[in-house]
Design a protein around this ligand. Structure first.
Ligand code: PMP
Length: 480
């Protein structure tokens, strides 16, 4: 329900909400007042097709999930220092989706808290010092994770926060535009080449007399531009990290809960078993609940430190009722099966479009996780940042919510609610074709003057907020 006009909301936000807080379409923000399934509605009841909301995983305001939460709220909500069935039932259900060794669950309220706790577990278990992460990663907003998140860290301009010397960033295993490209190393084992870079980092840590506490990465790097790692990459990295006495942490905050369709967890697509898995966003369909799952051995090391772990809201009865309902919907509505079908349908259509539009450099996807890497030149793979900005702006005009990401902000990023349909794909592709035609002919519908920084950009920025050093180079809607 709208209780303020949009301009009143904007004015109050400006006065009372921190300037750094991220906003989609910052120069012309949307005011969304209700949502259902894969659709969101603004204050004039205009409908937008949501291609970006991996939080409202099973569909906005899914009635089954809403009812489960409301029912539990009428009976009890409390901190997690009392016995409650919902907490243990959700823990059991989650572990049933995971490899056998991952049996112990800690509930938190956000992905950041989950990843921060994972770092603590790693330190207590290994007693080691250094962490290895991937360039371009985002793992959360708390200080321990900003340390690991080059996605944010690279952009801090005041010099106050710098990556500590115990954090090491390995090249992102992006075979399209990373350190080792498929066209420059044809027939080579790129998974091994990227994994060997991690091995080199491990050796350099040891050379300095330091130790490896662990490796943390998303199972597929969404923040870095929808990157799907080459075969064998994680398996080899995991082996090197274990040999060094470290543990492997997979961040499934964006890509978990069946988004990839073929598997419940994205790391399973690489056939690996992590020591710790962190999860969040989709877990509560918009309600704040997240978790860390680990082995009995790692949990025992944490317990042995003697300090009690207490998280006031983590694992409360209402959050857990919602978490259980989300799992029910994924199963009852076969959302994984749908992700396979609809995701493949989208990929097939995109591959067809690629024959017409040289702007499309690379299409990568797995289920409902798809990236379209736009290029100015297919040979050099020069990122088409302006075109991506234009596309996202125009899609908004066509009432489709889309985002872009990657180090060059040229990757169109698809991660919709899992109830997205083939009809939705048809509508999206129809509009993408119109927009790509405009770009091809140079007959652009809307232009804006160049902006200095994506913070002012007119398109949707990504889950971690706008990555820094990504300069908005010009095209957007006329409101810029
Ligand atoms: N990990 C990843 C991969 C994320 O994308 C995010 C959020 N964008 C987080 C961790 C942090 O989650 P939260 O915002 O719930 O703290």
């Amino acid at each position: 329900m709208e209780t303020l006009t949009k301009s009143e909301t904007l004015a109050m936000r400006k006065r009372h909400i921190g300037e750094s807080c991220a906003l989609f379409f910052k120069s012309d923000p949307l005011k969304i007042i209700r949502a259902r399934g894969q659709y969101m509605y603004d204050e004039h009841d205009n409908q937008y097709l949501d291609c970006i909301n991996n939080v409202c995983h099973v569909g906005h305001c899914h009635p089954y999930v809403v009812e489960a939460g409301a029912k539990q709220m009428q009976v009890l909500n409390t901190n997690s220092r009392f016995l409650h069935d919902n907490m243990v039932k959700l823990a059991r259900r989650l572990t049933e989706t995971l490899p056998d060794d991952l049996k112990v669950v800690y509930f938190t309220n956000s992905g950041s808290e989950a990843n921060d706790l994972a770092l603590r577990l790693a330190k207590h278990h290994t007693k080691h010092s250094d962490m290895i992460v991937l360039k371009g990663a985002y793992h959360g907003h708390v200080i321990s994770l900003i340390d690991l998140s080059s996605y944010k860290l690279d952009d801090m301009k005041d010099g106050v926060h710098k990556a500590p010397s115990s954090v090491h960033m390995a090249p992102c295993p992006d075979t399209y535009r990373g350190k080792y490209r498929d066209d420059e190393h044809p027939g080579k084992d790129l998974g091994k080449m990227y994994a060997d870079d991690v091995k080199e980092i491990i050796d350099s840590i040891h050379d300095k007399g330091n130790t490896v506490s662990g490796f943390m990465a998303e199972s597929m790097q969404s923040c870095g531009g929808q990157i799907i790692y080459p075969d064998g990459y994680l398996e080899k990295v995991f082996k090197y990290v274990h040999q060094a006495g470290g543990i492997n942490i997979m961040d499934e905050v964006q890509v978990g809960f069946g988004r990839v369709g073929s598997h419940f967890w994205s790391f399973q697509a690489q056939g690996v078993v992590p020591d710790i898995v962190t999860m969040g966003k989709p877990m509560g369909n918009g309600h704040p609940i997240a978790a860390v799952v680990t082995t009995k051995e790692i949990a025992a090391s944490f317990a042995a430190c003697g300090a009690e772990y207490f998280n006031t809201y983590g694992g409360n009865p209402v959050s857990c009722a919602i978490g259980l309902a989300v799992l029910d919907v994924i199963e009852n509505e076969d959302l994984r099966g749908k992700a396979v079908q609809v995701g493949q349908y989208f990929l097939d259509k995109l591959n067809n479009m690629k024959k017409t539009y040289t702007l499309i450099g690379d299409i990568r996807g797995h289920g409902m996780f798809v990236g379209i890497d736009l290029v100015n030149d297919r040979k050099t793979r020069e990122p088409a940042t302006k075109a991506a900005e234009y596309a996202v702006s125009r899609l908004k005009e066509e009432r489709i919510l889309y985002s872009r990401d990657g180090p060059h902000m040229n990757v169109l990023k698809f991660k919709p609610p899992m109830c997205f349909t083939k009809d939705n794909v048809d509508f999206l592709c129809e509009k993408l074709e119109v927009i790509f035609d405009e770009l091809k002919s140079g007959n652009l519908k809307s232009m804006c003057t160049p902006e200095k920084n994506t913070n002012n950009s007119n398109d949707i920025l990504v889950d971690g907020g706008p990555p820094s050093k990504k300069v908005c180079t010009g095209l957007g809607t006329p409101v810029c």
